[in-house]
Design a protein around this ligand. Structure first.
Ligand SMILES: NC(=O)c1ccc[n+]([C@@H]2O[C@H](COP(=O)([O-])OP(=O)(O)OC[C@H]3O[C@@H](n4cnc5c(N)ncnc54)[C@H](O)[C@@H]3O)[C@@H](O)[C@H]2O)c1
Length: 423
C-alpha cells in the first residue's frame, strides 16, 4: 500500500495516538505538525522525525505553507475544529477530524460543505463504529437472527473518576469552552445507535442535569484543593489517589496523567495538584455540564431506544441490550450473549480476539480497537482513493450530530423534538 503522508494539527493526546498507530503500521507517515506548545511540538517532531521547517506553531501557519501532505489529522480541542478543517479541506487535504465536529450545527455544516466542495474524504473520529464488537453487532442484526429490532437499551458508564477528571476538573467541564456533555462525550453513543438502527430517529426526548458536583454538595469541612483537605482520604474523587496511582503504569501515565502534568514523580504530580486545575475539589470547580442524562428515541416504525449516560459507574465498556422479534442480545462491549426465541438456545460470541491488547474501553486502551480500526480504514481509503472502508462520511456524521443537538433541545425545553434528517 502507498504510504500516506500526514499533517497533524494538535500534537496532544489524540494527535499522538493516531500518529503513533499510523507509524507503527507503516501505512502512514507524519511529515508536518502544528502545535503551539513548544515542548509538545518539539517532542512530537522528534518522535516522528518531522523536519524543523514543517513543525508549525499553529494550524494557520501550516495552512499558509500550502499542501504538505495527503491528509490532515485535526485533533485540536472541541471549539477549534471548524476553521482548520475548512482551511485544510480547501487546500485539498483529506481529513481525519476529531469529534465532536464542531460546537454547533452551523459550523459542522460548514465543515461538511467544505468536504463536498473540495471532493475530499473527511472521516469524523467516531471510533466506536470501527471496533470488532460493533461489526459483530451489525452482522448479527443484518443476518436477521433476532428478527426486527423493536427496542434498544444502551448505557455509557462514564466512570466516577473519569467524570471528575474530564467533566468536572478538566477540558470538558463547561459548555461555553467545550460543549454540552452529550455532544462532547456521547456523540459517540448517539452516532453508534443511529448506525445500529441504520437510520435516524423520528422523535427525540431527553432529561438530565448536573446533580452532584456542585457547591451545595460540598461537605462543610472540605478544602478548595485535595492536597489541603482533611476529607481527602475518604473522598471518592480524591485527586492524589487518582493521579499518584497512575505512576508506574505506562497506559495511565499517558492517560489521564499526561493531561495533568508531564512529570512522572510523586513530587511533580503533587505540585500540579497544588497549583493546577486537576487538584481542585470537585465541589469547588467552575463546571456546568451534566453528570447524568437520558435520551429516548423513537424510530419511524415505532422501534424505541433508551440511552443512559452516567458519571456514577465504574469506567467500563458500554452495555447494550437489543430486543428483537426473534431474539435477544446482551452485549458488554466485548462479548454478545444471543438468545434465539425459536430454539431457546443461547450463544456467547466473543469479539475480543481480533484486537487482543486493545480491549479496554478508554482512550489509553485504544477504545476497544476502535482507534486502530479508524486509522487503518482512513489510511487505506486515502491510499486507494476509495472511501468504502470508512463507515461514515461528513454528512452522515453531521446528521448524527444533529440528533445530539435535537436531544439537547428536548432536554432544555422539556419537549419531544421531531427530527428532520435534512434540517
Ligand atoms: N475520538 C475519541 O474517542 C476522543 C477521545 C478523547 C478526545 N477526543 C477529542 O479529541 C480532541 C483533542 O483532545 P485531546 O485530549 O487530544 O486534547 P489535547 O488538549 O491533549 O490536545 C489538543 C492540542 O491542540 C493544540 N492546539 C491548540 N491550539 C492550536 C492551534 N491553533 N493549532 C494547532 N494545535 C493547537 C494544543 O496545544 C494541544 O496540544 C478534542 O476535540 C476531544 O474532544 C476524542
Amino acid at each position: 500500500m502507498t504510504e500516506v503522508t500526514l499533517a497533524v494539527v494538535g500534537g496532544g493526546l489524540r494527535g499522538l495516538t493516531y500518529a503513533r498507530h499510523a507509524h507503527a503500521t507503516g501505512a502512514g507517515r507524519v511529515v508536518a505538525v502544528a502545535e503551539p506548545d513548544p515542548r509538545r511540538r518539539a517532542a512530537f517532531a522528534a518522535e516522528f522525525g518531522v523536519p524543523a521547517g514543517s513543525a508549525f506553531p499553529g494550524w494557520k501557519e501550516l495552512a499558509a505553507a500550502d499542501r504538505l501532505a495527503d491528509a490532515a489529522v485535526i485533533a485540536t480541542q472541541d471549539q477549534l475544529h471548524t476553521d482548520p478543517a475548512v482551511a485544510l479541506a480547501d487546500l485539498g487535504y483529506h481529513i481525519l477530524l476529531e469529534k465532536p465536529m464542531a460546537p454547533n450545527e452551523g459550523e459542522a455544516a460548514r465543515i461538511a460543505e467544505a468536504a463536498r466542495r473540495n471532493g475530499i474524504m473527511l472521516a469524523v473520529c467516531h471510533v466506536l463504529r470501527y471496533t470488532p464488537y460493533t461489526r459483530a453487532v451489525r452482522d448479527l442484526l443484518d443476518s436477521g437472527r433476532i428478527g426486527r429490532l423493536i427496542s434498544v437499551q444502551h448505557l455509557e458508564p462514564v466512570g466516577w473518576w473519569h467524570q471528575a477528571h474530564s467533566f468536572v476538573r478538566g477540558h470538558w467541564r463547561r459548555q461555553d469552552t467545550s460543549a454540552p456533555m452529550l455532544l462532547a462525550k456521547a456523540c459517540h453513543d448517539i452516532d453508534w445507535l443511529v448506525h445500529l438502527f441504520g437510520r435516524p430517529p423520528a422523535r427525540v426526548s431527553s432529561f438530565g442535569s448536573l446533580s452532584h458536583f456542585r457547591a451545595e454538595d460540598r461537605p462543610a469541612s472540605a478544602a478548595d484543593r485535595c492536597v489541603d483537605c482533611p476529607l481527602e482520604p475518604s473522598c471518592p474523587y480524591s485527586a492524589p489517589r487518582l493521579y499518584l496511582g497512575c505512576l508506574g503504569d505506562p497506559e495511565s501515565e499517558f492517560w489521564p496523567l499526561s493531561a495533568v502534568t508531564p512529570g512522572r514523580t510523586p513530587e511533580a504530580v503533587l505540585e500540579a495538584l497544588r497549583v493546577g486545575p486537576y487538584g481542585r475539589c470537585v465541589y469547588a470547580c467552575d463546571n456546568d455540564v451534566v453528570d447524568h442524562q437520558e435520551v429516548v428515541m423513537e424510530f419511524d416504525d415505532g422501534a424505541t431506544c433508551s440511552f443512559t449516560m452516567s458519571a456514577f459507574t465504574p469506567m467500563e465498556h458500554r452495555r447494550t441490550r437489543l430486543f428483537g422479534t426473534h431474539g435477544y442480545v446482551d452485549g458488554d462491549g466485548r462479548t454478545l450473549r444471543v438468545v434465539d426465541f425459536r430454539t431457546g438456545e443461547e450463544e456467547v460470541v466473543d469479539t475480543t480476539a481480533a484486537h487482543a491488547g486493545a480491549e479496554g474501553p478508554s482512550a489509553a486502551d485504544g477504545h476497544g480497537g476502535g482507534d486502530e480500526g479508524l486509522v487503518d480504514a482512513f489510511l487505506v481509503s486515502v491510499a486507494s482513493g476509495d472511501p468504502s472502508p470508512l463507515r461514515s462520511d461528513a454528512f452522515e456524521s453531521l446528521m448524527t450530530h444533529r440528533v445530539v443537538w435535537a436531544a439537547e433541545q428536548a432536554r432544555l425545553t422539556g419537549s419531544v423534538v421531531t427530527f428532520r434528517p435534512h434540517g
